[in-house]
Design a protein around this ligand. Sequence first.
Ligand SMILES: O=C(O)C[C@H](O)C(=O)O
Length: 502
Amino acid sequence: MPAITEEHLIESIAEALQYISYYHPADFVEAMSAAWEREENKGARDAMAQILVNSRMCAMGRRPICQDTGAANIHVKVGVEAPLKLKRSLQEICDEGTRQGYQRDTNPLRASVVVDPFGARRNSGDNTPCMLTVEMVAGDTVEVEVAAKGGGSENKAKFTTLNPSGNVADWVVETVESLGAGWCPPGILGIGVGGNADRVMALAKQALSEPIDMAELLRRGPKDRAEELRCEIYERVNALGIGAQGLGGVTTVLDVKVKSFPTHAASLPVGLIPNCAATRHVHFTLDGSGPAEFTPPSMDLYPDILLEAAGAQSRKLDLDNLNDDVLASLTPGETLLLSGTLYTGRDAAHKRMIEMLDRGEALPVDLRGKAIYYVGPVDAVGDEAIGPAGPTTSTRMDKFTDRILADTGLKLMVGKAERGPVALEAIAKHKAAYLIAVGGAAYLVSKAIKAAKPVAFEDLGMEAIYELRVEDMPVTVAVDTGGNSIHRTGPAEWKKKIAERV
Ligand SMILES: O=C(O)C[C@H](O)C(=O)O
């Protein structure tokens, strides 16, 4: 048998990362299309339509599905008899594959990994190191699972150790209800049960790479305890009414995957990791015959969707003429098309702005009466004004909101998912408003951005402040000037509606 070389691994990993950046797995597209067809809440259905249209555009244009092109999660199963011809460590080899995968000229992916995580948080620039796990298994091949996991869904990972008599489904359902929509539902829940604290999280992560087959499972009925648990959690989580993007609706999860392992008699560890609308993973096997090859999915997978979301019925909002009357007229749930100037700014830029305000320094941009977009875009290629540029989770900016609104005169924020109590209070106090774009529709959203130039904090890379010129950017009003939030009313309304049907 010919040797499995470093080049085989590096080239396959690089190609895999490119492939998953623009091709959703076929089972995901099918499950999302079915959920879109059965969704009853118009807002949630429009959000899913944007996700599907975006997915198709990315597959055809070979550009990233989401601006958060993820951290590379690589799981390698090395056969104990595999003819390996390697000189470097597996970490170094997989990092090289990651570096090459994220830095392709034709489709550069966003560098999101920062080193010195509780200090300087300096961007490594090429998305290395990858998150590598290795297993020795029987056989003479090397199997590799490559996933690109977004930060928003990864941030919602949870762990607990229940008493042996505890109820796993109860814990999962209560936990998902508390997560909000930052993980970009509808997606998949990976659940690990058993093992110990570290093993159970690895199980939950591995579960996310299993095929989506909930429709088939519901049709044939569960055959064992794990399948019963999957069905119970699926039904109960969907009955929460969270819906796409947390707007309320009948589908919050497309599937629930469970993996278990024996555990200590005193323990019942449970791990939960959600996967977002940018579900990205692929599996390949190396046998010495060369790097892996990947087949593009068929475009026939996609349903015919007319994008009503950005349709003529949406009100147009001029971002260069925001005034108190216009802001006061915004209603939660209303769809808008934004045109004009939009500044970007997310975690690192907010932290730096607050530090400057603390020192009494003038900010490099005048935000008075303006709008800010929480986003970390992908770099542009060709004639693009900007690469994929979908919204990031706004709750991370909550603690800065009162100060920014008070000290800069900012009036409008655009992001994704709900705002927490401190932000809602600040929005009402300053008579500002909060809009959401669809998380997971980054390439589609970027088409509304006609010009982009960095105007401050360029050293922060994708977290720099850009001045964007947008035309007809589709958004939904999430919080009005009174602090009323669609993320409170939407899921509550749909939870009630679903309960009344049972
Ligand atoms: O880093 C990002 O762009 C965003 C992240 O994936 C999020 O969902 O908040």
